[in-house]
Design a protein around this ligand. Structure first.
Ligand code: NDP
Length: 297
């Protein structure tokens, strides 16, 4: 537990979905006095059995502690909950671990300030099972002094990674990770469907999928300095090759009776790169093609 002079021995947690519930549990395990509030009050039942205090109202939850951890679906939920109790926000520190866009996080921080509260944005990078472990990390952004003051307190949830003063930054880093996470896992699920349609089981394909995904960091190592140097020459692979390869993937998918939407969208992106004159360049040209925005959207 923290040895700092700040009174962080107690905390309020608002929002007891799987994440907030795990956070309240982690603070109880760490010896904190925990006050909880949730729209669906029954989600607090087992936490109360473990020693948490169930606040009867949002105002009571805010009055109980200086530091209030918010774990909600999005920022709209925060306004729904805290809006009617805004007069009780003065002097509070809101650690907002609800995910949303960077712009929503900036607006949320400004809204908190209007009501006399200070706001730290957080982006948690683990499912509930990792809450309470420093093997995982959470992005934070907002006032540096606030982060420094409460760093030990925050480390009860996970390790911390401070990204800067802009309240939108933690949300941005979180969304960057989510971009990679969702597209990668969806690609894996598509591969499983294709394998399955051809009589190959999920567990049979697992070691091969793991090898391909595990090897991705080598591609990152190889391509990162080249991208930073603007070096997109087709000395290793070319967009024309990728178009042919993806065409094979799309046809294999169609022949197998599997939905080809996902690889077809990737093929279209490579075709766009080719149409822009980059057929002989590396796939890394797509970094620039993406950056120019979608032609028709
Ligand atoms: P859930 O969406 O399951 O639960 C969030 C909480 O928000 C619940 O307490 C729910 O109350 C409350 N809530 C939602 N809308 C309203 C509303 N209009 N008014 C009042 N309360 C509302 O989310 P999780 O617990 O899974 O996640 C919390 C945050 O953490 C999300 O932003 C999520 O993106 C992020 N996150 C989640 C991860 C995960 O693996 N679950 C991993 C990393 C980040 P009620 O119980 O009454 O429905």
């Amino acid at each position: 537990m923290s040895t700092s002079a700040v009174n962080t021995a107690s905390v309020t947690v608002i929002g007891l979905g799987p994440m907030g519930h795990a956070m309240a549990g982690a603070y109880l395990d760490a010896g904190y006095e925990v006050t909880v509030w949730n729209r669906t009050a029954s989600r607090a039942d087992d936490l109360v059995t473990r020693g948490a205090v169930r606040a009867a109202t949002v105002e009571e939850a805010l009055a109980a502690n200086e530091v209030v951890v918010l774990s909600l679906t999005d920022y709209a939920a925060m306004y729904s909950i805290l809006g009617p109790a805004a007069s009780a926000l003065a002097g509070r520190v809101l650690v907002n671990l609800s995910s949303d866009t960077p712009e929503k996080a900036r607006e949320g921080a400004a809204w908190a300030a209007e009501h006399g509260a200070r706001h730290l944005t957080g982006g948690v990078q683990t499912p509930p099972s990792g809450i309470g472990s420093r093997e995982f990390s959470t992005f934070y952004s907002g006032p540096r002094d606030l982060f420094d003051k409460y760093q030990d307190f925050l480390k009860v949830i996970t390790d911390t990674d401070y990204r800067g003063e802009d309240p939108g930054l933690a949300a941005l880093y979180y969304q960057l990770q989510m971009d990679l996470f969702w597209t990668t896992l969806t690609a894996w699920l598509h591969t499983l469907a294709l394998a399955n349609a051809n009589g190959i089981s999920v567990s049979e394909i697992k070691p091969y999928a793991a090898e391909t995904l595990g090897g991705m960091s080598q591609f990152l190592d190889f391509y990162t300095p080249r991208i930073e140097a603007g070096q997109h020459s087709g000395d290793v692979e070319r967009i024309s090759m990728a178009v042919a390869s993806l065409d094979h993937v799309v046809h294999t998918t169609r022949d197998s009776g599997v939905d080809p939407t996902l690889p077809a969208a990737v093929l279209e992106t490579f075709r766009r790169g080719a149409a822009e004159g980059y057929e002989e360049d590396s796939l890394t040209r797509l970094f620039e093609v993406f950056g120019r925005g979608a032609a028709a959207k």
